[in-house]
Design a protein around this ligand. Structure first.
Ligand SMILES: *Cc1c(COP(=O)(O)O)cnc(C)c1O
Length: 421
């Protein structure tokens, strides 16, 4: 099997290019050696990695199954067809496109399907939890479209739906975007749908972060409410790095044309095959149990961090991530990130709503539980993780870093990522 597969052959890499082979091994050791709390990361399965490292990478297949611009697509056609069928089944969607190279590419294509340059788009402000591609000036989304931004309510820190409605009525956007990168709470898709219908706008849900929780039936799905749902495949979902789009049948043609040829060239067939493998994994009861545990862990971790003196933005979480105000602990986000990093705890500084600090400093941290949960950790370990974060963040002079690092090593030793067979 190995010989005919020609799959990931580490010995061949090590013989050919020891420098890069060393980096690949070093990165595996880094992933195994610390606590990975980046909310957008996960440990994908060996099966997904095998599909990614396969000869499907060699195949050019511009177009769609049965309608390619190249010969020799019989095998990759089947991979894409299976993947599309699995996505439609898993999410109850009328149409799926698995070709977007990333979440940003999926958004680029979705806007391309519906908007002309200069059209108005209403999305969540980046400093309130949105994403760069939801209308910021540094991205095409804010440069080519007339982007209007809504945010969260200053008291509750939940999405300010009254503001969304007011802005929608005032600016009449052609497309409303719901979703973000630092939204710890459930989003009320029904309200977004109602607002979109009132002004005749399309509703796009960018589910990049939380689509895995939808796949695992741990939170409600945006699919019944949205005209189009964009996603990444590598966050909680736990597939290969990439993007995908779900939409209603009436938009299928427009979405497919917007992905190829409007915004992309040849699809990455190895990634599409890996997405299919992941979607099969996500249909199983074990993944549903995983998704539920991700949320329970995020809630337990948040409670633990409250006990350590942090303030959770919105008061808690319903998802895989939490946003913590670090000011009550007397540090900035950037300080918290650096001190955790020194102790083997990997998380990111994050602006909190109405943050007085610039984004490079920030008054918060974002933590997520997809990776720790894949490692098999549950609520008791989350308490330990919270106290290690507390100890690391309070460690002004670095004197406790060694001790925290040792405790981290012990914890990840009990629940290893990519356990040795
Ligand atoms: C991660 C993310 C993206 C972008 O995904 P990439 O694969 O990094 O391009 C888009 N939107 C949201 C809300 C995200 O969280």
């Amino acid at each position: 099997m190995r010989e005919t597969f020609w799959g990931p052959d580490f010995d061949a890499l090590a013989a050919q290019d020891p420098e890069i082979a060393g980096i690949v091994l070093g990165e595996l050791q880094r992933q195994r050696g610390g606590l990975q709390l980046i909310a957008s990361e996960n440990f994908t399965s060996p099966a997904v990695l095998a599909a990614l490292g396969s000869t499907l990478s060699n195949k050019y297949a511009e177009g769609y199954p049965g309608r390619r611009y190249y010969g020799g697509c019989a095998e990759v056609d089947r991979a894409e067809e299976i993947g599309i069928a699995r996505a439609k089944e898993l999410f109850g969607a009328e149409h799926a496109n698995l070709q977007p190279h990333s979440g940003a590419s999926a958004n680029f294509a979705a806007y391309g399907a519906f908007l002309q340059p200069g059209d108005t788009l209403l999305g969540m402000a980046l400093p309130h939890g949105g994403h760069l591609t939801h209308g910021t000036r540094v991205s095409f989304s804010g440069r080519w479209y007339n982007a209007v931004a809504y945010g969260v309510h200053p008291q509750t820190e939940h999405i300010d739906y009254d503001q969304v409605r007011d802005l929608a009525r005032r600016h009449r956007p052609k497309l409303i975007v719901a979703g973000g990168s630092a939204v710890p709470r459930l989003i009320d898709f029904a309200v977004f749908r109602e607002i979109a219908d009132e002004i005749g706008a399309l509703l796009m849900v960018d589910a990049a972060h939380f689509i895995g929780l939808v796949a695992g039936q741990a939170i409600p799905s945006p699919v019944p409410y949205a005209d189009v749902v964009t996603m990444t495949t590598h966050k909680v979902l736990r597939g290969p790095r990439g993007g995908a789009i779900l939409c209603r049948a009436e938009h299928a043609k427009a979405i497919d044309k917007a992905v190829f040829p409007f915004t992309q060239g040849g699809p990455m067939m190895h990634a599409i095959a890996a997405k299919a493998v992941n979607l099969l994994e996500c249909s199983r009861p074990a993944y549903q149990a995983y998704a539920r545990q991700v949320v329970l862990n995020a809630q337990a971790l948040t409670e633990g961090l409250v006990a350590e003196g942090f303030r959770p933005v919105t008061g808690g979480t319903d998802t895989h991530l939490a946003l913590l105000d670090t000011r009550p602990v007397g540090v900035t986000g950037v300080e918290a990130e650096a001190r955790c990093d020194a102790a083997g705890i990997v998380l990111n500084k994050n602006a909190i709503p109405f943050d007085p600090q610039p984004p490079s400093v920030a008054s918060g941290i974002r933590v997520g539980t997809p990776s720790l949960t894949t490692q098999g950790m549950s609520e008791p370990e989350m308490k330990d993780v919270a106290s290690l974060i507390g100890a690391a963040v309070r460690d002004e002079d670095g004197s406790a870093a060694g001790e925290v690092r040792a405790a981290v090593a012990e914890l990840v030793g009990r629940h290893p990522a990519y356990p040795r067979p």
